[in-house]
Ligand binder design. Structure first.
Ligand SMILES: Cc1ncc(COP(=O)(O)O)c(C=O)c1O
Length: 381
């Protein structure tokens, strides 16, 4: 037998020995995204900072930090994590900081972005030695969900009034516009960027850096990356600004699975396979946004509802038509389980927490985190 094939089979058999449930991060798949990020940096001059709110699994930061410029955060703890585990540039943002947060940020972030004028005024003296940015709400956005729409009615995310933005330009060096969510439409991105460019021209001429946040699917196979590079490059040349992007999902998309085992199969008109994981506890966004999880399986004639093992009646991953006949012990692999999953997992029902496994570039599997009853116990008191 071919040696490579043999090694592959040995590794597969090692994987079947890992107890489910577990999140499996595949470095090779991750690398595809990271190489696109690198391409973007090289061809547009844009810097990319990882949005830790989406993905904070720091055991893989050594690889990610080779291709990205640093991290951005949503709280003091995320900022600390980025500083300690990722390094390079550490950006800090929060919808609202407390006094203690600001004290904790001292010495660990290179940029701090405020969400409002009142927060900027409140903390300006304490942070004026670092680069300060202001989040702007341009009043336009791209989002499939009202819940995630930064420009939704009565949004608290960013400064709305252009006059307010203009009034603090002497105190800040940058602006942040996060206005996209899962935007895979380049033409839309391009049009909205032009609108922002026209509306904030005077402000843009006076700052050193601009962040366009996250939410753009530029690492997808069919995304017109060269056009994206050209668009961003011409913007940064026009205003002489350093552009930052804050990819979360785009950095880790399609690089992670949630691997589970079927524990039971029941029937209520349809056939329902119950797995040893839960959307509520382990892939919460599926529940929040009412979307079906994708599974990595051959399509076929067998129809199943695949559901979680929590007590929640609606703990359902989705309905699938697959080739295999499922039985107790069958493996189900949920695709794209990296973004907004591990950072949101919780101990609902005291369910077994999926461990975290990394498939390294050399094919080795490393269990980087195993959760035990003690972790459940320690999360409460
Ligand atoms: C300010 C900011 N930056 C970056 C991101 C990351 O977005 P995504 O994971 O969609 O790329 C978000 C997501 O909500 C955000 O609010």
């Amino acid at each position: 037998m071919d040696v490579e094939l043999l090694l592959k089979e040995i590794k597969m058999s090692v994987e079947t020995k890992i107890e489910t449930p577990y999140y499996l991060i595949d470095e090779e798949n991750l690398l595809k995204n990271l190489r696109r990020i690198e391409y973007l940096r090289n061809h547009s001059g844009v810097k990319s900072v990882l949005a830790l709110k989406c993905f904070s699994t720091w055991s893989i930061f050594d690889l990610m930090s080779k291709y990205m410029d640093g991290t951005t955060s949503s709280s003091l703890y995320e900022t600390k994590l980025g500083y300690e585990k990722f390094g390079k540039e550490t950006h800090a943002f929060s919808v609202a900081y407390s006094n203690d947060d600001i004290s904790g940020l001292k010495g660990i972030c290179g940029k701090i972005i405020f969400n409002s004028l009142s927060q900027l005024r409140m903390f300006y003296k304490k942070v004026k030695h670092i680069k300060i940015g202001l989040r702007v709400n341009p009043g336009i956005s791209y989002s499939h969900f009202d819940l995630a729409d930064p420009a939704r009615k009565y949004s608290r995310l960013g400064v709305i009034s252009k006059e307010d933005v203009m009034s603090v330009l002497d105190d800040i060096s940058g602006l942040m516009f996060h206005y996209n969510c899962e935007n895979d439409d380049f033409e839309n991105f391009s049009d909205t960027l032009d609108k922002i460019s026209m509306k904030y021209e005077k402000a843009l001429n006076r700052v050193e850096w601009v962040s366009f946040g996250g939410g753009v699917c530029f690492t997808k196979d069919d995304y017109p990356l060269d056009k994206f590079c050209r668009k961003l490059k011409s913007f940064s040349e026009k205003y002489k600004v350093q552009i930052y992007l804050e990819p979360g999902e785009a950095a880790i998309t399609e690089s992670c699975e949630l691997v589970t085992t079927v524990l039971d199969i029941v029937k209520n008109v349809k056939t329902i396979a119950i797995v040893d994981a839960s959307i509520e506890a382990h892939m919460l966004d599926l529940l929040t946004y009412r979307i079906a999880g994708k599974i990595n399986a051959e399509i076929g004639e067998n129809e199943y509802i695949i559901a979680g093992s929590s007590c929640l009646a609606g703990d359902v991953f989705g309905e699938y038509k697959i080739r295999d006949n499922l039985k107790v012990g069958s493996k189900i692999r949920f695709a794209n389980a990296g973004g907004y999953t591990m950072v949101k997992k919780n101990w609902f029902n005291g369910l077994k927490m999926p461990s975290i496994v990394i498939k390294r570039l050399n094919g080795n599997l490393e269990i980087v985190k195993n959760f035990l009853y003690k972790d459940f116990l320690d999360s409460l008191s």
